[in-house]
Unconditional design. Structure first.
Ligand code: SAM
Length: 283
């Protein structure tokens, strides 16, 4: 679907786009192909697409994989897609379309996503919570390829000591490695977004850095507490949540300076600290 087809369909359907739903539609064929290329799809793949909009990405995905499951919040677009892809919506024909809020769906549904890939042009206003929800799911998708605000892409790729490093880098980084990213010019969207955009490829770690729900939720607690006040020393913040002597010996054994702030501590060190604070004590 090129730009003039998109504009014509919107006019014909009487659809006025809603800014709060992040309705900036991608119409550039090269960028769509690059995004799909990042997913390294095979015919056996199942793909979750969040926010299909008018379906430019959905169309490309359906040509390459077994199943596309798309969740769209805007009923007008769901109805548009039902017409556009009527044949593919028949049982066993490769497309399942759900009208709903993807974040609510992910939070409220326990599902094994391990055989799935996510390929999306996410609505920017809810992109970070959706990513965290997917990334921390017990059985998360094998790969996530998504278009985001460039600032969020930078956070996902940032390492300790860099300006963009923080909570999102660590919460997503625990289970996913950012393998690649590229910039997408604003002119590739309709309407053009006010912010810069990029696409990132996240690949699930195998093996995971921490296994088991207890250690993973402890990691989330350690990281959230450590970043709760960015200017404060991490050890002081953690004392409010964890046993003081155990904390101090963990810092000493791992060689973490007591005066350090969270933004200078690597993912690897947060993982080791989690094991020391919440792992089973040695016999
Ligand atoms: N994939 C299309 C494209 O590339 O042109 C549309 C992408 S547009 C950036 C984001 C889409 O997400 C819109 O269609 C919007 O209606 C939908 N959306 C916004 N919030 C949503 C939510 N919470 N759950 C599901 N879809 C949502």
């Amino acid at each position: 679907m090129n730009l003039s087809e998109m504009k014509a369909a919107l006019t014909e359907g009487g659809i006025q786009l809603t800014k709060s739903l992040g309705q900036n539609f991608l119409h550039d064929g090269n960028q769509l192909r690059r995004i799909v290329g990042g997913a390294e799809l095979t015919a056996a793949d199942s793909v979750l697409e969040i926010g299909p909009g008018m379906g430019p990405l959905t169309e490309q995905l359906m040509g390459q994989v077994g199943t596309v499951f798309a969740i769209e919040k805007d009923l007008r677009l769901v109805q548009f897609l039902q017409q556009r892809f009527a044949e593919r919506l028949e049982p066993g024909k490769g497309l399942e379309l759900l009208h709903g809020d993807a974040l609510g769906y992910l939070k409220g549904t326990v599902r094994d996503w391990s055989g799935w890939k996510v390929v999306s042009n996410l609505p920017y206003s809810v992109a970070s919570p959706i990513l965290v929800e997917l990334a921390l799911a017990p059985q998360g998708p094998a790969r996530i390829v998504t278009t985001l605000q460039l600032e969020v892409v930078r956070r996902l790729c940032a390492k300790e000591g860099q300006d963009d490093y923080g909570l999102l880098s660590l919460l997503v980084g625990l289970h996913y490695e950012a393998k690649a990213w590229f910039r997408i010019p604003a002119s590739c969207f309709f309407p053009e977004p006010d912010v810069e955009s990029g696409c990132v490829v996240l690949v699930r770690r195998n093996p995971l850095l921490l296994s088991g729900p207890e250690l993973q939720s402890c990691f989330v607690k350690v990281v959230k507490t450590s970043f709760s006040q960015r200017r404060k020393m991490m050890l002081k913040l953690l004392r409010a949540q964890f046993d003081g002597p155990r904390l101090e010996s963990a810092f000493m054994e791992l060689g973490i300076p007591v005066g350090i702030r969270a933004e200078r501590v690597s993912l690897g060190l947060f993982v080791q600290l989690t094991r020391k604070l919440c792992g089973k004590a040695p016999d």
